[in-house]
Ligand binder design. Structure first.
Ligand code: HEM
Length: 371
């Protein structure tokens, strides 16, 4: 069984909650004999619900008897809007006790970032479809350590069975950015889940940290997702959060003065000193390159070397507001990559800013009669 590197009191508490809710057979592990997380969860009620009733459908009430039976249209949504809102509250609470903001952002990005715009067919095109819950994909080298993020999300999935994994991953990521002090992300929900490990993308779609030509590599991978230079630089700014661990990705120091005491499991090397705060210090720190304890991957460093990337990296180092604006747009776009939405327009759970209500024509106002 794979070791749980995301340990510490908080993670233990989560594990305890998980074990209370799930039978022993349902616990996530990476035993060599199992081929998917669903197989591991095979006997749980939630899995039968996923297979037997993959869509949550409810008959819309008939407005009146005068309408034909066609009016009894069935309303199908991938996720329940009310459950999405409640799940967001739970994620906020989870973040307060586990400090798992970084790994949840990485979880959302790695589910979405497998998208290939040159493949039309869903789910073969990859993207934000919940496929990262399956062991076969979690075992891809790029996903090292993300099983710990899934262990945090699984109890939420058990509690909110009418929210898809694909939505939960993206909800957790956007909420983590916002709760860490980052921008509000214009998210929509309603992503449909893949249902079997055979639908997972092949390994190798996510970027490598130390390729021979980092700029060419970043463009090759992110252009395949339909993202541009500005979006590559803005999204890389998510490394303002979190740490790299040699025992997971192979990158970074085992510990630094910024990580030796946690919070969460101590250790790893962060890109920034305050690695649980979402701000533009990632760009400032790479530019200054003054602190040996801060990480700069080859794919981070190139943002200040490549002439086209550099324009944005310099701008974001100077102007946090510009970074937040571009980051929020790019993050929302990333979160939608490859997703199949049900309903097709998606579900918005944020309160839409209230529009000024146009003044109604009130006949009395224009009459010559008395008030
Ligand atoms: C540009 C190409 C990218 C490369 C090569 C890359 C590479 C990496 C590596 C090697 C790690 C360390 C993983 C570990 O050892 O646990 C990491 C962590 C992380 N990545 Fe990236 N990444 C890239 C882009 C992104 C993007 C686009 C996002 C989000 C929008 C992101 C978010 C994160 C976060 C938040 C962490 C910290 C995770 C933690 O502390 O557990 N990365 N990345």
């Amino acid at each position: 069984m794979a070791s749980v590197a995301f340990s510490g009191a908080a993670a233990a508490a989560t594990a305890a909650t998980t074990s209370r809710r799930l039978p022993a057979s349902a616990k996530l592990s990476l035993s060599p004999s199992s081929s998917s997380s669903l197989k591991l969860l095979g006997s749980t009620p939630i899995v039968s619900r996923l297979f037997l009733n993959p869509k949550r459908c409810s008959a819309a009430p008939l407005p009146s008897r005068a309408f034909s039976s066609a009016a009894a249209a069935t309303k199908c949504l991938a996720s329940d809007p009310e459950q999405l809102k409640l799940a967001r509250e739970d994620i906020r609470e989870l973040l307060k006790t586990t400090f798992s903001h970084p790994i949840l952002v990485r979880l959302g990005w790695h589910d979405a970032g497998t998208y290939n715009k040159n493949i039309e067919e869903w789910p073969r095109r990859g993207g934000a479809n919940g496929s990262l819950r399956f062991e076969i994909e979690l075992k891809h080298a790029a996903n090292a350590g993300l099983v710990n993020a899934l262990k945090l999300i699984q109890p939420l999935k058990d509690k909110y069975s009418s929210v898809t994994y694909a939505d939960l991953f993206q909800l957790a990521s956007a909420t983590a950015v916002e709760e860490a002090g980052g921008p509000k992300i214009p998210m929509k929900y309603g992503r449909v889940d893949v249902s079997a490990p055979e639908q997972c993308p092949e390994e190798g779609r996510l970027p490598a940290a130390g390729p021979p030509s980092p700029a060419d590599h970043l463009r090759e991978v992110f252009y395949r997702m339909g993202l541009n230079d500005k979006e590559i630089v803005a999204l890389s700014g998510a490394h303002t959060l979190g740490r790299s661990r040699p025992d997971r990705s192979g990158w970074g120091k085992p510990e630094t003065k910024y990580t030796k005491d946690g919070p969460g499991t101590p250790g790893g090397q962060s890109w920034t000193a305050q690695w649980l705060k979402f701000d533009n210090s990632y760009f400032k720190d790479i530019k200054e390159k003054r602190d040996e304890d801060l990480l700069v991957l080859p794919t981070d460093g190139v943002l200040f070397e490549d002439p086209a990337f550099k324009v944005y990296a310099e701008k974001y180092a100077e102007d946090q507001e510009a970074f937040f604006k571009d980051y929020a747009e790019a993050h929302a776009k990333l979160s939608n990559l490859g997703a199949k939405f049900d309903p097709p327009e998606g579900i918005v759970i944020d309160d839409v800013p209230s529009q000024p209500v146009p003044e109604k024509f009130v006949a009395a106002k224009y009459s010559s009669g008395k008030d």
